[in-house]
Design a protein around this ligand. Structure first.
Ligand code: NAD
Ligand code: UDP
Length: 343
């Protein structure tokens, strides 16, 4: 267990005091909401490997027990099935607040629930942070910028979001979660961090979660057509999950309280991305164009100057390397799926 699962590296986060601090090495009790999900489970791995006590709270809407089962029975680990729209009472030093479905089909499945998770859930977790004096980190999103008319997107940009469109439950939910976070920081003196996360991919993404990396990879592995929505000229920038985890931990351990973009600034059109996946996997799939998604942001690329300056953070895993690892993971998932349906 001492062996590092991932090439996780904390790049000397800037500390609040002038005196260099080793605070992040001290053993802490840490709550991860949404810890059985894709990002959450990788964060749990990293925190457990650092020797912390970790409590995962998850309602398993999109998360899976198998993502964290490697830690079940470990003395430092606790898994609680709980929906964060209801209050929770635990004693912790830090809260990584990730609970919220992240893929468009999942968050659109029940928009009212998505809004409740973002608003009631965030109020509950901020209330907990205030009561126990824990540092609170919100997993926010590039979606707060909506379909941006500023490019690349820096943290000072206020965004361009349709408040009544199909993505609004998520975009406006996260914007409200940010508002709540700073209201608690200003009024209640909660110590907060806000990470605006850009498209992240890697092992443990849900095979059917509808996001582009899982869709294209699973389609290519099954010799099905790769479905590009709309013209394919829209762009995204893809961050490998281990880079996101090092960024989140660096942010939590820093004293930086304003929102901060965590993403990979290398931008691809969806047409180019489909070709890359097809080249890596091979097979008989064709690239086809289907109906465009409503309100689909047309360009997305983070300006990561802040993360660079204040966290000394930048992505280190290339798209090629990250996709190879992701493809290996999905190969196993597809085999498992085929085995199950052949029974
Ligand atoms: P995910 O869907 O895999 O994980 C979300 C987790 O939250 C799941 O385990 C789910 O069961 C849990 N959850 C949802 N609603 C809950 C509730 N009401 N109570 C308790 N648990 C609940 O998604 P992810 O990709 O791991 O995203 C994690 C966080 O990061 C989310 O907040 C998301 O908005 C943010 N984020 C992710 C990305 C990305 O590209 N992956 C980009 C931007 C922001
Ligand atoms: N997309 C696509 N085909 C798919 C799934 C998604 O072309 O099978 C496109 C989608 O329209 C968007 C981009 O890929 O432009 C990223 O979509 P995803 O759902 O992964 O994340 P988003 O950034 O939209 O939240």
């Amino acid at each position: 267990l001492e062996e590092k699962l991932y090439n996780l590296e904390i790049r000397n986060p800037r500390k609040c005091s002038e005196v260099p601090s080793l605070n992040y090495l001290k053993k802490k009790r840490i709550l991860v909401t949404g810890g059985a999900g894709f990002v959450g489970s990788h964060l749990v791995d990293a925190l457990m490997l650092q020797g912390h006590e970790v409590i995962v709270v998850d309602n398993f809407f999109t998360g899976q027990r198998k993502n964290v089962e490697q830690w079940i029975g470990h003395k430092n680990f606790e898994l609680i099935r709980h929906d964060i729209v209801h209050p929770l009472f635990v004693e912790v030093d830090q809260i990584y607040h990730l609970a919220c479905p992240a893929s468009p089909p999942h968050y659109m499945h029940n928009p009212v629930k998505t809004v409740k998770t973002n608003i009631l859930g965030t109020i509950n977790m901020l209330g907990l942070a205030r009561r126990v004096n824990a540092t609170f980190l919100l997993a926010s999103t590039s979606e707060v910028y909506g379909d941006p008319d500023e490019h690349p997107q820096s943290e000072t940009y206020w965004g361009h979001v349709n408040p009544i469109g199909p993505r609004a439950c998520y975009d406006e939910g996260k914007r409200a979660a940010e508002t709540l976070t700073y209201a608690y920081a200003n009024r209640e003196k909660v110590n907060v961090r806000v990470a605006r996360i850009f498209n992240t991919y890697g092992p443990r993404m849900h095979m059917n979660d509808g996001r582009v990396v899982s869709n294209f990879t699973v389609q290519a592995l099954q010799d099905q057509d790769l479905t590009v929505y709309g013209s394919g000229n829209q762009t995204r920038s893809f961050l490998y999950v281990s880079d996101l985890i090092s960024g989140l931990i660096a942010l939590m351990e820093s004293c930086y309280t304003a929102p901060i973009n965590i993403g990979n600034p290398t931008e691809y059109t969806l047409n180019d991305f489909a070709v890359i996946i097809k080249q890596l996997i091979g097979g008989k799939s064709q690239i086809v164009h289907v109906e465009e998604a409503e309100d689909d942001p047309q360009r997305r690329k983070p300006d990561i100057t802040r993360a660079n300056q204040y966290l000394k953070w930048e992505p280190s895993v290339s798209l090629h390397e990250g996709l190879q690892k992701t493809i290996e993971y999905f190969k196993e998932e597809v085999n498992l799926f085929n085995l199950q349906i052949s029974k």
